[in-house]
Design a protein around this ligand. Structure first.
Ligand SMILES: NC(=[NH2+])NCCC[C@H](N)C(=O)O
Length: 383
């Protein structure tokens, strides 16, 4: 293990953590989960878009089983991803696997089954020599970074700084519902905001929530996606914490939360973007960069899932979530042939990797990884 040093997504990769899919048995469908995944969940089923038609009031807890076959295939693909990265010369670290008999976790006034540390991009932000654990918006993910604690301890011993952003209480009233209220879904929304928030003796009002995956890292510049007040508070914390060392550029509602299936930096001057309109949402100095927009995803590239039993947590654009091992080499989903062709034509070397169930488990290669050592420094890429 070397010293923590990760400022961007594209300079030569030395060390990386690959998430663990072990024992991903169910989704905890509480208010925090429904709200976070509102855009995808409410897009195709009217009882999920209008939950009061069918579901109980807030406080309702429901475990949604994941089919064993999908969980096993996911596990197989994640282990293969770790092997590919090792073959490419990176030192690969792993979180603690979630044990099969993990007991529920609890906060003040809630309980939830814990998720494995799979989408590890989400709850940690690495900025140079600093580990920042970010405040989760989903209760079942509250203790996810503890599964990374042995690794973080190792980096800390090697000199890393290690910070935890203020932890939210996550009562029903902690959430700003405005994004879910304001956005139309494919059902023609606006939909109902998920459930009726119930008062709790632990209410503190709208709280800070921000995922590491809402932040695009470009040396001394950070682009942070903000869709509502929880995120705005998180970005404000980040700005105050980082002071003059970083420029925090806030972008408004580029996505519901995570930015990394909308936009990724492949190298200085080049972005991979979901659509051409992304450029207009960007801060002025980044509008002159080149934006590579791949063809629309091919519906045939995804497994066919059951409309009711299988929760589809991402949009079909999830394969944009690639992982660069250097400025020329990009790991891409082998089934996303349109994207592979686009990147090949742009002069990149693509490494096709199998990942079947990205739509069920909420992430691609960028989400499932956390690069801890790259060669890049605290550069100013904007000048
Ligand atoms: N870091 C992540 N988990 N990113 C995944 C983002 C997926 C995005 N919400 C989509 O539907 O395409």
């Amino acid at each position: 293990m070397s010293r923590l040093n990760s400022h961007d997504d594209f300079t030569p990769l030395k060390e990386i953590v690959v998430g663990s899919a072990a024992h991903y048995l169910s989704h905890e469908r509480d208010v925090s989960f429904e709200l976070f995944h509102h855009e995808n969940l409410s897009g195709f089923r009217s009882d999920w878009a209008y939950p009061r038609l069918t579901r109980a009031a807030a406080g309702h807890r429901e475990s949604w089983a994941i089919k064993e076959r999908y969980a096993e295939e996911l596990h197989e693909d994640v282990e293969a991803l770790a092997a590919v990265l090792a073959e490419l010369g990176a030192v690969v670290h792993r979180p603690l696997p979630l044990p099969p008999d993990a007991a529920p976790i609890a906060g003040l006034g809630w309980e939830a089954a814990p998720t494995p540390a799979l989408n590890i991009r989400d709850n940690t932000l690495i900025l140079g020599d600093e580990i920042i654990e970010t405040p989760p918006a989903i209760r079942s993910r509250y203790l996810e970074t503890r599964l990374l604690a042995p690794l973080f301890t190792g980096y800390w011993e090697k000199g890393a700084r290690w910070t935890t952003m203020p932890r939210p209480t996550l009562t029903d009233n902690s959430f700003d519902l405005s994004y879910a209220r304001d956005t139309a879904t494919t059902l023609g929304g606006p939909t109902e905001v998920v459930e009726n928030p119930q008062p709790s003796p632990y209410d503190v009002g709208v709280e800070m929530m921000l995922d590491g995956a809402q932040v695009l890292r470009l040396g001394r510049d950070l682009v942070v996606n903000i869709a509502q007040a929880n995120h705005a508070l998180g970005a404000e914390w980040l700005q105050r914490h980082l002071g003059d060392r970083y420029r925090v550029h806030r972008v408004w509602r580029m996505a519901d939360n995570h930015i990394d299936s909308m936009l990724l930096a492949l190298k200085p001057g080049v972005f991979l973007a979901r659509h051409a309109g992304i450029r207009d949402l960007m801060p002025e100095p980044l509008r002159s960069w080149h934006y590579i927009v791949p063809p629309e995803p091919d519906a045939g590239a995804f497994p066919v899932y059951d409309d009711y039993e299988d929760l589809v947590l991402t949009s079909p654009y999830i394969d944009l979530n690639v992982l660069s091992v250097d400025e020329n080499t990009v790991l891409v989903n082998e089934d996303c042939t349109g994207l592979i062709k686009t990147l090949d034509a742009a002069g990149f070397t693509t490494v096709p990797v199998r990942h079947r169930h990205r739509r069920l488990f909420g992430g691609g290669f960028h989400c499932f990884t956390l690069d801890t050592v790259r060669e890049g420094a605290h550069e100013n890429y904007l000048s």
